[in-house]
Structures are given as C-alpha cells and as structure tokens.
Ligand binder design. Structure first.
Ligand SMILES: [Zn+2]
Ligand SMILES: [Zn+2]
Length: 116
C-alpha cells in the first residue's frame, strides 16, 4: 500500500482519528511538561508512523509482561523496524514497568548501542 501523505492522523492500531493539534512527535511528547502524560495524543515516531498514546502504552506493556517478548520493541506497523525509544517507554510506563523494560532490553541485546 502506498503510504499516505503526512495528512493522515490515524493511530495504526486502533485507527482512531485525531485532530492535527493532538498529533505530536514522540520526542516532543517526551519532553513536554504536561501534567497528564496519558492524555490522548497521537505520537509520530521517527519512521513517521503514528500511534496513539493509549495504544503505544498497551503495546509496550504487553511486551514487557509477555513470557516470550521480543526486544527491542519496534514500531508495530508491518515491516517497520524502528525501535520504540527508551525515553518514550519511560514516559508511558510506571517506574516498575520501565525497570522491566530496561532489564529485558539488556537481556535481549548486549550491544545496545548499535545504531544506523
Ligand atoms: Zn490507538
Ligand atoms: Zn514505523
């Protein structure tokens, strides 16, 4: 399927549509000082894929709790291999959950610093 233009504002998991003002780059979301980090936002990942905060949170919670989880956790879009950033996980998870995330990630790949 041809990728749509950047005009699409749908979550790739639940397909909810968001108004453009609720679409944020994940990095912006992570650094935002808003009091309610779980307010519904549509996050744009580095791959330009968009996912709502609810779905990303649910998605990574499943991975950290799964017996057979696959780490590092990547964008759930088909054939996409962009990793979900630690900072984003940290923002969406509780401290306990994030500790699991870190531990699992370490387990899965000792060479965590491989990039591009
Ligand atoms: Zn969603
Ligand atoms: Zn992606």
């Amino acid at each position: 399927m041809a990728s749509k233009s950047a005009k699409s504002h749908n979550c790739g998991i639940c397909w909810d549509e968001f108004s453009p003002r609720n679409v944020v780059n994940w990095a912006q979301f992570v650094t935002s000082k808003q009091n309610d980090p779980l307010a519904q936002r549509l996050l744009r990942l580095d791959c330009k894929h968009t996912l709502c905060t609810d779905c990303v949170q649910g998605y990574i919670q499943v991975e950290i709790n799964a017996y057979d989880s696959k780490f590092p956790v990547v964008c759930p879009y088909e054939a996409c291999s962009v990793q979900i950033a630690d900072q984003l996980a940290k923002k969406l998870l509780t401290p306990t959950e994030f500790a699991r995330w870190t531990a699992k990630k370490k387990e899965s790949d000792p060479r965590t610093f491989v990039s591009s």
